[in-house]
Design a protein around this ligand. Structure first.
Ligand SMILES: Cc1cc2nc3c(=O)[nH]c(=O)nc-3n(C[C@H](O)[C@H](O)[C@H](O)COP(=O)(O)OP(=O)(O)OC[C@H]3O[C@@H](n4cnc5c(N)ncnc54)[C@H](O)[C@@H]3O)c2cc1C
Length: 310
């Protein structure tokens, strides 16, 4: 009986755990998650913030995975060795094949005032919960970043009845993913809803004593605000692997089989970079669907690596 361990219970980790159990019901599949909540649809966090959905639509109960024979350990993986993962509580999880699917972590701004209360990023349910809890005392919100996530957050806050300003470094929304035509359409729609968009303007300073009161922008404008959500991209969540056995660039370097330099260790989702022989590694800018599919394929490769059949 093979033993599989998966670090991270997001899109890639969940898909891999289910696929392994589907293909090899007798094998031992353990998932290690550093989030205290049940598995949830991260891409629905904005709907949760706006109040369109509640926790029921977001979460999948652990019981569903336990019934499939998937064990869930709520702890943080702190060390990866050949054949073992060690979690913060000192538990050693033995594996024949390991999947690292620890996703991304939001970039933060190192500017004066960034530690004040009312400044958020959005990646995890606990952040969404905190934002939703504090919406009651917020009337003016500022979203920093004009990417897909920044736009979704701005619309969620607007539909929750807040006055919303966006600070966008670029000249258009959704750069570089949206075509100029689609970016313009989205801009017109958002502006007609009353969202104030400042292009080519960045956040320079956050002002207040303990709680945010206003912001100063790179153009010297002062904007009143009681909440700021910073959505300026994510980086691969790999800090716990630093100095370890897995080769990394920005993310974990993998070959086309989602395998790292250690043959028994695989990686998938927002945490990976595809190693190239003749050029820089390619960073896979994450989507839910990509992470999910990569998790499934990585699971199949993990199974065949351990001698199992698909
Ligand atoms: C608000 C929001 C909206 C989005 N909307 C969309 C959308 O509309 N469409 C779309 O395609 N994508 C969307 N995305 C992106 C999508 O959610 C991600 O691309 C996807 O979740 C990546 O999956 P993953 O499995 O690689 O990582 P994640 O889903 O981030 O899961 C990684 C998990 O690993 C855990 N972890 C990290 N380190 C450790 C450790 N050391 N030990 C144990 N556990 C650890 C993390 O806590 C996390 O639970 C959105 C993201 C956000 C935040």
């Amino acid at each position: 009986m093979s033993e599989f361990v998966i670090i991270g219970f997001g899109a890639a980790g969940e898909a891999a755990a289910k696929r392994l159990k589907e293909l090899s019901p007798d094998s031992k599949v353990s998932v290690i998650s550093d989030e205290k909540d049940h598995f949830y649809y991260r891409l629905r966090l904005c709907e949760y913030i706006s109040g369109k959905i509640d926790g029921k639509a977001l979460f999948v109960d652990d019981a569903i995975y336990l019934k499939k024979g998937i064990d869930i350990f709520r702890n943080r993986a702190v060390k990866v060795q050949e054949g073992n993962v060690i979690t913060e509580d000192g538990t050693v999880h033995r594996f024949d094949a390991l999947l690292i699917s620890t996703g991304g972590i939001p970039n933060r701004m190192r500017i004066p005032g960034s530690g004040l209360s009312g400044v958020y990023t959005l990646r995890f349910f606990q952040e969404a919960k905190e934002i939703r809890k504090n919406l009651g005392s917020c009337s003016k919100a500022v979203v920093v970043g004009g990417g897909i996530l920044g736009m979704d957050i701005a619309e969620a806050l607007h539909s929750a009845g807040k006055s919303v300003t966006m600070l966008v470094r670029e000249k258009t929304l959704g750069f570089p993913l949206l075509t100029p035509e689609n970016a313009k359409k989205r801009e017109i729609a958002m502006k007609s809803n009353g969202i104030d968009i400042h292009f080519e303007e960045e956040l320079a300073q956050i002002n207040g004593k303990t709680q945010i009161e206003s912001l100063t922008t790179s153009k010297g404008n002062n904007i009143e605000a009681d909440m700021v959500i910073v959505a300026i991209g994510v980086r691969p969540n790999v800090d716990f692997l630093n100095g370890g056995i897995v080769n990394m660039h920005r993310g974990i370097l993998i070959n086309p089989k989602f395998q790292t330099n250690i043959p028994s260790i695989f990686a998938a989702g927002d945490v990976i970079e595809l190693a190239q022989e003749s050029s820089d590694p390619i960073y896979h800018k994450g989507t839910w669907g990509q992470a999910y599919n990569q998790g499934r394929i990585a699971a199949e490769n993990m199974l065949t690596f351990t001698g199992g059949k698909i």
